[in-house]
Structures are given as structure tokens and as C-alpha cells.
Design a binder for this molecule. Structure first.
Ligand SMILES: Nc1ncnc2c1ncn2[C@@H]1O[C@H](COP(=O)(O)OP(=O)(O)OP(=O)(O)O)[C@@H](O)[C@H]1O
Length: 457
């Protein structure tokens, strides 16, 4: 039997499982209405709130009910007319939002073999800017179908820059254009899981023929299989069989094929056969474009939303991490605005996003730069600080100095001091040297880019 007390208990645990911030923003404002015939009903203030809780925390709430022995199969969120804040007037008087049954995934339209596709990850919701234009163009091209021009398409880039979004967009587009195509999207982890399951159940023939029968295979986060020998082996065979049949393969990873440690050489070189494209970290214009698009989507779907001029620009300036963090910040503001029914001001943004802004402000320290550079080049810290001038020590030292100049506010003399009391002219020389080398030597350019990303992550 599900009662208000059960809800109280579930709420206690939810504070830990979804985090305090999420709890306070989303769960605390819910009011328990009733539970009848396995449907637990909650009152919400706006349709946006109901939709968000349903989509993001619905499964977790159901899991907590199950643990407490309450027989709840579904959740229902109803907008309570008398609790509606002023800005929400344009929404209909009462709306329901029902989560799917607990064991179903939170997103729908599952293709036969792969993982579900997210409905929001389409091309028209992907904002294109300088940092991602190549990846977008290549993905569009693949999504047009027709003769396979580059195989595989390998998309790589840092966390939350849109790799998964692009892959899903390709899948949606292909399925719309050619519904007869068997398009399969899954993460490398899911590939491994299915492989192990097939081995265990002695179903390897089925596994092989299933994967070899697809028309388009997309494997996300392929770095996951690095170091997992038998999975790599099977992946390699699947990959070859599909390429031989001229079937399109799309792969994503958090770094370039050449930089994934623990990946067999033959796989590494196969992955480089086709087109390898990089999603660069977002720039200010792209971030602003993404924020503007999200605001428009919100307005179209939910209600009027008032934002003071300059708030989006402020967010685009201050939050330079991945797009996921940017979206999270904006969603929190939407929630707040819909709950309190006020315009989103700069002050509100600064206050309610203090934690995210602090995180984004995170300064890279000299210590981190030195440690990461030592790890990367496999040299000892004591060598980095020593007078040694052999190239295998001098180059990492110059790189670390270059990174220190780029990522910290330290002056040349200060940097020199930290690197074993060196003169500021040595630092100036190191910075120039790396700038020169970056232009001439692609390996140095890659090292610099990778280290910068690792430090800014
Ligand atoms: N250019 C963009 N336009 C609109 N939304 C974007 C864009 N880039 C990323 N996003 C959004 O940012 C979020 C994170 O993107 P996504 O999951 O595709 O990142 P990812 O590169 O696959 O990250 P990870 O390495 O963590 O898997 C998603 O909600 C996605 O829709």
C-alpha cells in the first residue's frame, strides 16, 4: 500500500540517489495526491516540472517504491490549477504526465539490436558552429545514405560535445529516409555486454550473424573496449565483415584512434581508414547559439519565459565546459522560473548557479600542469625541475611551460621560478619553441591539444 508516509521514506532516499541539488529543485516541490490501481499521482506546478521529473527521475522514483514494497507501476504528474504561478497562464488548465513502466527504458523507439535513440537528438536540434561544422557536415553526408563514401566515420572529441547527439541524428535521418535499413546504435560497453552474454549462453553464431546483418552500425565510446582483448577481437571481425559488405560504420570516442591506449594496432589502423573528424571544444558563439535554441524550444513547448537581456551571454561566457553542463544550468533556471513565476535575471542566475559557475571557474594549477605533463611523457617530476637538457626531458619541460602560460595567469618570471628557478627568458624561449613546433610537427600539435584538454576537463 502506497501512502504519504511511503512517499516520505522514498523522498529520504532520493536525496542521496539523485543528489541534494536535484532533490531540492525537482522532488521537494512535488505534492503526493493519491495512489490508486498502481498509479501514484503527484501534483506539480507546471507541465515543465512534471515532464522533467517524469523523464529524468521517473525510473528512480519507481525503483524506490519497489524497494519499499509499494505496488506502484506508474507515476502520474498533474498540474494543480491553484498552484500555478503567473507566467504559466498560457498552458492548459490541467495536464498529466505519466512515466513508462519501471523496467522500460526512459527513451523510446528501440531498434531491434541496439540501444534506444533519444528523440531530442536530431539534426534540427544540433546547433552548428566553427568547432563542430566538419563533424556535422560529415554526419549529414552519411545520413543521406547512398553509396558509402567514407567508412568508417570516426567522430571524436571531449565529454559532452555532441558525439552521441550526432550519431542519433544520423540514425533518425537514415530511418526516416530508408525505413527498410537496419540501423543499429549501441555503446561499446553494450557491445561487450552482448558479446559476453552470447559467449555465456553459447549463442555466438547468433551474435555473429545478427551483427553481420545490419546495414549501418554505430558504436559509441569505442575507447571502452581498449584493453579488453576478446571483445576487441570480436569487434574487429564484425567491423571487417561489415566493411567488406560495404555497410556503413560510425564510431565515436573521446580521443583520436592513435591516442587510445590499449587498442590493438590492427584495430587502430582500421579505424583510421575512413574519415576521422574532431569535435572541438565549444566557443562562445556556439554556446550562445545553443542557449538561444534551448530557450526557443522551451518557449515553444511550455510557456512564456522571460529572461533579462544579457543572461544568456553571461552563461555563454562563464560556463565553458561541455554542452551538457550548459544545458543543465539552463534547465535549472527554467525550473526556478517556472516555480517562482518570475523573470530570469542575472542576479537569479548568479545565485542559483553558484556551484556550476564555481566549477567552471576552476583554475588549472601549476602543480596539475607539471604532474599531467610528467604522466603524459612518462618523465619524473625531479627531471622536469632538474638542469638536464636532453631532448626527452627538455621537450616535456617546454610543453609544461607553454601550458602554464596558456592556462594560468602566472608571469614568465613566476613560471621560471616554479621550474627549478629558471630565468624568465628560458620560459619565453620555451613558449616560442612550442608555438613554432606546433605549426611544423603534427605530433607536437596533438600533444599540446590533448594535454590542454586533459587539464581543462
Ligand atoms: N551542437 C549542439 N547543439 C545542440 N545540443 C548539443 C550540441 N552539442 C551537444 N549538445 C547537447 O549536449 C548534450 C551532450 O551531448 P552528447 O551526449 O552528444 O555528448 P558526447 O560528446 O556524446 O559526450 P560523452 O563523451 O559524455 O558521451 C546533449 O544533450 C546534446 O544534445
Amino acid at each position: 500500500m502506497m501512502t504519504n508516509d511511503t512517499w516520505g521514506e522514498a523522498r529520504e532516499t532520493l536525496q542521496t540517489t539523485i543528489g541534494k541539488n536535484n532533490y531540492q529543485t525537482w522532488i521537494e516541490p512535488l505534492t503526493f495526491v493519491s495512489c490508486e490501481n498502481g498509479v501514484a499521482e503527484f501534483g506539480v506546478q507546471t507541465s515543465f516540472q512534471g515532464d522533467w521529473v517524469s523523464r529524468n527521475f521517473g525510473d528512480e522514483i519507481l525503483r524506490q517504491f519497489e524497494k519499499l514494497g509499494a505496488s506502484v507501476d506508474r507515476l502520474k504528474f498533474s498540474v494543480q490549477a491553484n498552484r500555478r504561478p503567473p507566467v504559466a497562464q498560457s498552458s492548459p488548465a490541467r495536464e498529466n504526465f505519466v512515466t513508462k513502466p519501471a523496467r522500460r527504458p526512459a527513451i523510446s523507439d528501440e531498434p531491434v539490436l541496439g540501444a534506444p535513440l533519444d528523440k531530442r537528438f536530431t539534426f534540427d536540434r544540433f546547433v552548428v558552429g566553427k568547432p563542430n561544422e566538419l563533424a556535422h557536415a560529415a554526419s549529414r553526408r552519411v545520413a543521406e545514405g547512398g553509396p558509402v563514401s567514407f567508412n568508417p566515420l570516426f567522430l571524436y572529441g571531449g565529454v559532452g560535445l555532441g558525439k552521441t547527439h550526432l550519431m542519433h541524428a544520423i540514425a533518425w535521418e537514415l530511418q526516416t529516409r530508408s525505413p527498410e535499413l537496419k540501423v543499429v546504435y549501441l555503446s561499446a560497453e553494450q557491445f561487450m555486454y552482448r558479446f559476453i552474454q552470447a559467449l555465456r549462453d553459447k549463442q555466438m553464431m547468433d551474435f555473429k550473424s545478427l551483427f553481420r546483418s545490419v546495414d549501418v552500425l554505430m558504436v559509441d565510446d569505442v575507447q571502452f573496449i581498449a584493453g579488453k582483448d576478446s571483445t576487441q577481437d570480436e569487434f574487429f571481425h564484425t567491423f571487417n565483415a561489415l566493411i567488406d559488405q560495404q555497410k556503413q560504420i560510425i564510431i565515436s570516442a573521446d580521443r583520436a584512434p592513435g591516442e587510445i591506449d590499449g587498442l590493438e594496432e590492427r584495430i587502430r589502423s582500421r579505424l583510421q581508414w575512413g574519415l576521422v573528424v574532431d569535435l572541438h571544444p565549444t566557443d562562445y558563439e556556439l554556446r550562445l547559439g545553443i542557449l538561444q535554441q534551448k530557450v526557443e524550444q522551451y518557449r515553444a513547448q511550455y510557456q512564456e519565459l522571460k529572461i533579462t537581456d544579457g543572461v544568456l551571454e553571461f552563461l555563454a561566457h562563464r560556463i565553458s565546459n561541455n554542452v551538457r553542463v550548459l544545458e543543465g544550468a539552463l534547465t535549472r533556471l527554467f525550473a526556478l522560473a517556472s516555480l517562482v513565476g518570475r523573470e530570469i535575471t542575472l542576479e537569479m542566475a548568479q545565485e542559483s548557479l553558484a556551484d556550476i559557475l564555481r566549477q567552471s571557474d576552476r583554475k588549472v594549477t601549476m602543480d596539475e600542469i607539471m604532474r599531467k605533463t610528467c604522466d603524459y611523457y612518462n618523465v619524473r617530476m625531479s627531471d622536469l625541475l632538474s638542469p638536464k637538457r636532453s631532448r626527452n626531458i627538455a621537450r616535456p619541460r617546454q610543453m609544461a611551460m607553454w601550458l602554464a602560460k596558456l592556462l594560468t595567469q602566472r608571469s614568465y618570471p613566476e613560471i621560471g621560478k616554479r621550474f627549478g628557478n629558471r630565468d624568465h627568458t628560458t620560459v619565453i624561449h620555451a613558449v616560442r619553441k612550442i608555438d613554432e613546433l606546433k605549426a611544423q610537427d603534427s605530433q607536437v600539435a596533438e600533444d599540446a591539444e590533448l594535454l590542454r584538454r586533459m587539464l581543462e576537463a
